[in-house]
Write a protein of this length. Sequence first.
Length: 134
Amino acid sequence: NYTHVINYSLIKMPSLPSPETTMTLAGVGMCNYGAQMLLAPEFANDFYYKKGAVEASPKWQAWMGQALVGNGITMLMSRKVATKQQMQGAAVAWGTALPIMAMQKDDFKPEQLIVNAAFCGGMALLCAKVSDKM
């Protein structure tokens, strides 16, 4: 007479946030990066890059900041009515930062490369997963 005990472990994955919450996160994050470039270009340059690796360019960084803030505001303004395609666009916007970081990997401070790649990649993945559920 044998008795078998089988233990099962079930890990419940957290549910995905709503499209509105996801688009809010995407928009706030995009505005954060944009504000750094637009309002504090030299600080942002020194914060992300190794000393002397990349020369600050306040005029070009201001244009980049304007583009990021504009994109972020668009995400925030559409968050209550975000479509699947808008969410996919947000995923692309966040995900395309990764190859650019990879091309500049030697210029980044190592900790900044890791943290920002994880954040941008995470936002891209989140937006893509949420779009799949829309």
